[in-house]
Design a protein around this ligand. Structure first.
Ligand SMILES: *Cc1c(COP(=O)(O)O)cnc(C)c1O
Length: 351
């Protein structure tokens, strides 16, 4: 604290990301990163973009990447906004669509960046309780004049909300924005992107950090009808005209265009996830029905925090949240087959 701090700095309540520990033999299952490398075409494209041209600013309109993303979702460039990671896209969305002093709705258990943004952008929050099984009851999100935001699948619960339920939320908020954060949707049944033509109040946010193995590149995007995208562009251009650099633009476009690699990696992770859930269930763990690249689980015999500590001592890093009612749970990222086998073997050892 210093006398130079403004009220905004004093009252900021920054997000705490998962630990990034670098040590040999660490099994890192704590930040939902992809265990596989990015597409070789991505690396190639970044290498190609690394050169003399770096003296030039990147494209402020990012047309080429927006076209690639548009093609991928059967949408147009006008329906795509790109930012420096989806966290930044979320920040622009809070700025663009949530009026200062209004009250927004999000689930009581959800991505812990939302309260951080609500605080910094001065919007109030009506936290919507989840059902006992942690599922979202769409009715609780009807008539939300300040707007709605939730991840699908939700984090850290891993639960997926069916598109029919999302449509109910959209239909019951005709004059309010509904933001669906699809960070994990590539590991789930389907994206709500197909609904964009029908709903002018729907904004979808996705990231290349999880399913496309590019957490280090920092690229995220939003999909929506053209006037919503225009709002985000107005915010971006009032803040930073070039949030995505040349290397990231090149790498991201190659990643989006390499559909077969993306499908192969995503399928592998889903298969490993199903195996992991089966093995953990056999060991007596209660695993929530996941459609993400992580599981959310507890065990009647173990205290969540103690098991987290014990795993950490064994060089296995998972995520534990101290807040009730999820403090008995661990969030565990799905790694490779070998990594998950090592994890399960350790659980068998201590069980
Ligand atoms: C990982 C994650 C993000 C952020 O992704 P970046 O693009 O890496 O900033 C956003 N929302 C949720 C729910 C996430 O889990």
């Amino acid at each position: 604290m210093s006398k130079f701090w403004t009220k905004a700095v004093r009252e900021a309540n920054p997000y705490i990301p998962g630990e990034q520990i670098n040590q040999p033999n660490l099994l890192k299952l704590n930040t939902n990163e992809n265990p596989y490398p990015p597409s070789p075409k991505t690396i190639e494209a970044i290498k190609e973009a690394t050169g003399e041209k770096l003296r030039l600013y990147p494209s402020p309109t990012m047309d080429s990447l927006r076209d690639a993303i548009g093609d991928n979702f059967n949408l147009k460039r006008e329906n795509v906004f790109v930012g420096n990671g989806s966290d930044e896209v979320l920040a622009f969305s809070f700025m663009a669509f949530f009026e200062r002093g209004s009250t927004i709705k999000y689930p009581s258990i959800t991505y812990s960046f939302y309260p951080v943004y609500a605080n910094i952008f001065e919007v109030l929050v009506d936290e919507v309780p989840l059902e006992n099984d942690f599922s979202i009851n769409p009715e609780n999100f009807f008539d939300a004049p300040g707007g709605v935001i939730f991840p699908n699948p939700n984090a850290p619960t891993s639960l997926y909300l069916e598109l029919e339920a999302i449509e109910l939320i959209l239909k019951n908020n005709p004059d309010n924005i509904v933001i669906v954060d699809e960070a994990y949707v590539d590991f789930a049944k389907s994206s709500a992107a197909s609904l964009i033509d029908q709903y002018d109040n729907l904004l979808i946010i996705q990231t290349l950090s999880k399913s496309r193995a590019l957490a280090g590149l920092r690229v995220g995007f939003a999909l929506g009808q053209a006037d919503l995208i225009e709002a985000l562009i107005r915010m971006k251009d009032s803040f930073n005209s070039y949030p995505v650099d040349r290397l990231a633009l090149a790498g991201a476009e190659a990643a989006i265009r390499d559909v077969s690699y993306f499908k192969e990696v995503t399928e592998k992770i889903i298969n490993t996830r199903e195996w992991t859930v089966k093995e953990m269930t056999k060991l007596g763990f209660d695993v929530l029905p996941t459609q993400a690249n992580f599981i959310f689980t507890k065990h009647a015999k173990y205290n969540g925090e103690k098991l987290y500590e014990q795993l950490k001592k064994a060089n296995i890093l998972v995520r534990h949240f101290k807040t009730k009612p999820i403090d008995e749970y661990l969030r565990i990222t799905i790694g490779t087959d070998d990594e998950m086998k090592r994890f399960i073997d350790y659980l068998k050892e201590i069980n």
